[in-house]
Design a protein around this ligand. Structure first.
Ligand code: ZN
Length: 226
């Protein structure tokens, strides 16, 4: 024990430290939230080299390090990939327990978006369940502008507002999905066909080249710009 503590009983006080802070979300994330807030559109961003659509969007591809600029609108419906139930209410959670968190792969996206799964009307969520975004009426430019994702209900609801006037068939089969399907088919057959399918995409000019070799050029380009 320290000398100065001899004969003293240290006083211990329990307190909480509150640290409010503000930060800029940057150009990419800002645009994502602005589109949700102003247009009820969920936007993703495509990597021209990997042909992966990220939702939420990101500035740099984590796989090939390309700078990403190609915005694409994805569906406001998607598939529940996985979920968990929150059983304890804490101040950092956006809702009172119990509620479900899910990872939703929106139509046209290749990555999952974490959000609340709600309005389940007593049923349990299940993997593979079709869900759709429910937007708040009053939106502020943050993730909770989407109140939650709820199970896709009747046909009328299916093509909801963020999909504009597009008919339901198109909603479920955006461009990206068609591409995916053809790739899956090809995969089952032969790799030669895979190249053909990929070659259809303008940006996949040299599909035979390994990714590791393709990655550096955009990197250097960006550094040069800055
Ligand atoms: Zn990439």
């Amino acid at each position: 024990m320290e000398k100065w503590l001899e004969g003293l009983e240290p006083v211990v006080v329990r307190q909480d430290l509150k640290v409010p802070y503000r930060y800029s979300m940057g150009a990419t994330t800002s645009r994502f939230f602005i589109e949700i807030r102003d247009n009820r559109k969920i936007m993703g961003i495509r990597c021209p080299q990997c042909d992966v659509v990220f939702v939420p969007p990101r500035t740099t591809c984590g796989r090939c390090f390309s700078q990403l600029h190609e915005w694409v609108e994805v569906g406001n419906q998607g598939t529940l990939e996985t979920y968990t139930q929150v059983r304890y209410t804490t101040p950092v959670q956006p809702a009172a327990a119990p509620f479900y968190y899910g990872i939703i792969k929106l139509d046209g996206a290749d990555t999952g978006l974490a959000h609340i799964v709600g309005d389940l009307k007593g049923q349990e969520p299940r993997i593979g369940m079709r869900v759709q975004a429910v937007f708040k009426e009053e939106r502020k430019g943050n993730m909770l502008d989407i109140r939650y994702f709820k199970p896709v209900g009747d046909e009328k609801e299916a093509g909801s507002r963020a999909q504009g006037a597009r008919p339901k068939k198109k909603v479920q089969k955006p461009k990206r999905r068609e591409g995916e399907k053809s790739r899956i088919k090809v995969k089952a057959k032969k790799s030669i066909k895979k190249k053909t399918a990929r070659g259809k995409t303008k940006k996949m000019v040299k599909p035979a080249r390994p990714r590791g070799k393709k990655a550096p050029p955009p990197k250097r380009k960006v550094k040069g710009k800055k």
